[in-house]
Design a protein. Structure first.
Length: 112
């Protein structure tokens, strides 16, 4: 099996792309991440992560139609793939497994 390499920021970008569904393009992904993280995200960092995710086959991109709102420029939309969903599930299972192995004293400490 291929080794899973999904960084924390990539994971958030992948999750956000899935959440936004048909409305997932650079600006909307950035806005959603900034809302959730309560911090600024650079478009450059976002597009670099999206490119890495696309190279891994976890997102696909498509070009939308011309809109007057953007001055005739097209939006690049992103869609999470089946492989992307599998990667997220694998990461979630690994996190849950590790979390479940934490001693009870540590779990109580985390809750306080």
């Amino acid at each position: 099996m291929k080794k899973l390499t999904l960084g924390a920021f990539e994971e958030l970008v992948l999750l956000t792309t899935g959440v936004l569904q048909d409305n997932a393009y650079g600006v909307t992904i950035k806005q959603e991440l900034e809302k959730e993280l309560k911090k600024k995200i650079s478009l450059g960092a976002l597009y670099a992560a999206l490119q890495r995710l696309e190279e891994k086959g976890w997102v696909s991109s498509r070009i939308g139609g011309i809109t007057e709102k953007k001055g005739g420029r097209r939006k690049q939309y992103f869609d999470i793939t089946k492989e992307g969903i599998s990667a997220l599930n694998e990461v979630r299972e690994m996190r849950n497994e590790l979390f479940n192995r934490l001693p009870e004293t540590k779990i109580n400490w985390l809750k306080s």
